[in-house]
Design a protein around this ligand. Structure first.
Ligand code: SF4
Ligand code: SF4
Length: 501
């Protein structure tokens, strides 16, 4: 205690009338918050380690616990908020870069919440999804300019490789290493059950998950961890990661303590060594270089896999996307600045990049203006929180969405935002065997499947309400959206009218 003392952010409130001193909370907390004092026969709490992950609250059978945000405050003002002051103290103490996880939490506009969806009334009647067929299947990849058929009506045009999805949602890239083996197993099983894809992230593919290959997108990032011929052949598509919404312009760092035997084998790096992926790909400095990598990967896989190029949503994103569409990529994935991550420098996470809604609208419009929209599919991620966000994204021009944080929530994540510590009490963002065991992959897969089925049903209901029975008819159909409380410039970029018009 002294100059560097910061009062804990959360306080444990334990109801003595309910607590039976079973010590479950003590065993469940990887941050050593709870302890039992045998001499005094009381449960104690050291809140300095509490991250409000809610594990103890959920596991306490007598409902004796709650965690509350402290009301102890620095003398803050509009300019110097509690968190800003705390961060200065922390850096003055450590001299280090501040690290955080999950997405940008700041109060920038969430444009999804400023767009409203249309519904049919008299003409173009709505469709009841319980009685009428509704098509939510999507194909991702380059589409031919026109189709040639033989006399029997069979398609004879050569169709470039596609990813076929039963619903317009995939699980976004999360590497083995940043998340646990059981989290990956849950995602893989759910993707197979749903007829969609999950994504390896930059950590390679554990051999045990090869059977899920047709539901797997294998990523090639700047560190090239775990990339080899079998890996490339194993997936349904290959994703080149150029950027990530949570930390645009910088690489990644998985600390050596998370590189155990299995992770080291999968990533093809020594056990205990830090896994550092550089900020740029050291062989890509232009669109021509990117094209070379795309075609090297296509060549290596016999032109059987679509190639995705993933970028962060940044300034001039439309021009960047136009270059990528011309580079031979089949799909572009754009990640907004609210996208989650296992660890990112706080300053980058909170200040770099742009909202996915604006990036998506700008990219779709640019590709249409240049008449190359059919040359590439668009997948967006970076805080898609509900089926309504998916519908709005598709109406703005996306072919499909990636979800990350929502998928982790389904697995039990309580958004404590401390993934970087490696001590996730829910068995997700950790490699500690005792914690990993807490996530049962069967239950995890079931919960993910439930969530996606619920969303898909809601998507069908919203489509039906608009009188649309195919997701393809919704794509880029901005007439189905209206803005609320947006400036003329924002409406112009989003390409939508204001509510009431
Ligand atoms: S889990 Fe609940 S009942 Fe058990 S010791 Fe902790 S607070 Fe008390
Ligand atoms: S994955 Fe775990 S550590 Fe990360 S935010 Fe969720 S609960 Fe917290």
């Amino acid at each position: 205690m002294g100059i560097n003392y910061i009062y804990p952010q959360y306080e444990i409130v334990r109801n003595p009338n309910r607590c039976i001193k079973c010590r479950v909370c003590e065993r469940q907390c990887s941050n050593d918050v709870h302890s039992y004092d045998a001499e005094l026969d009381v449960m104690k709490a050291d809140e300095t380690g509490c991250v409000d992950c809610q594990r103890c609250v959920s596991m306490c059978l007598t409902r004796a616990l709650k965690i509350v945000k402290t009301d102890n405050q620095f003398k803050e003002n509009y300019n110097w908020k509690q968190s800003t002051i705390e961060e200065v103290y922390r850096q003055a103490d450590s001299g280090g870069v501040l690290l955080s996880s999950m997405g940008n939490p700041n109060e920038y506009p969430v444009y999804w919440d400023k767009m409203l969806i249309n519904a049919s009334q008299v003409t173009n009647p709505s469709i009841d999804p319980l009685r009428e067929p509704m098509e939510t299947k999507v194909f991702l990849g380059k589409k031919p300019g026109h189709l040639e058929m033989d006399k029997k009506g069979n398609i004879i045009s050569e169709i470039p490789p596609q990813i076929e999805l039963e619903l317009p949602i995939m699980f976004s890239a999360m590497s083995y290493g940043s998340i646990s083996e059981n989290a990956h197993k849950s995602l893989a099983r759910a993707a197979a059950e749903l007829g969609t894809c999950y994504n390896t992230g930059e950590g390679g593919l554990n051999r045990g998950l090869y059977p899920y290959g047709r539901n797997t997108i294998v990523q090639v990032a700047s560190g090239r961890f775990g990339v080899h011929e079998d890996y490339l052949m194993a997936g349904a598509a290959i994703e080149i990661k150029m950027g990530q919404g949570a930390k645009p312009g910088i690489g990644g760092h998985l600390p050596g303590k998370k590189i155990g035997e299995k992770v080291s084998k999968t990533r093809m790096i020594p056990e205990g060594a830090d896994a550092i992926s550089p900020a740029p790909h050291h062989d890509i400095y232009s669109i021509e270089d990117l094209r070379q990598l795309i075609f090297s990967l296509k060549e290596a896989t016999g032109y059987t896999k679509p190639v995705i190029v993933k970028i962060a949503a940044v300034h001039n994103v439309a021009a960047i996307a136009s270059g990528i569409a011309r580079s031979g990529a089949d799909i572009i994935a754009i990640d907004g600045f609210r996208g989650g991550t296992g660890a990112a420098p706080t300053r980058i996470r909170d200040n770099v990049g742009i909202p996915i809604e604006l990036a998506l609208a700008a990219v779709d419009q640019r590709l249409r203006d240049e008449q190359i929209r059919n040359d590439i599919s668009i997948v967006v991620g970076g805080s898609i929180r509900s089926s309504a966000d998916v519908v709005k994204a598709i109406a703005l021009g996306a072919d499909a969405c990636y979800i990350g944080t929502a998928a982790l929530l389904a697995l039990g994540c309580h958004l404590c935002r401390h993934c970087q510590s490696g001590r996730c009490n829910w068995g997700i963002a950790t490699q500690r065997e005792d914690l990993v065991k807490r996530l049962n992959p069967e239950i995890g897969a079931e919960r993910l499947t439930n969530l996606m089925r619920a969303w898909n049903h809601e998507i069908q209901e919203m489509m039906g309400g608009m009188g649309i029975n195919s997701i393809e008819s919704l794509k880029g159909n901005r007439l189905m959206l209206r803005g609320i409380g947006l400036s003329d410039k924002e409406l112009e970029i989003l390409g939508i009218k204001h509510a009431g018009e």
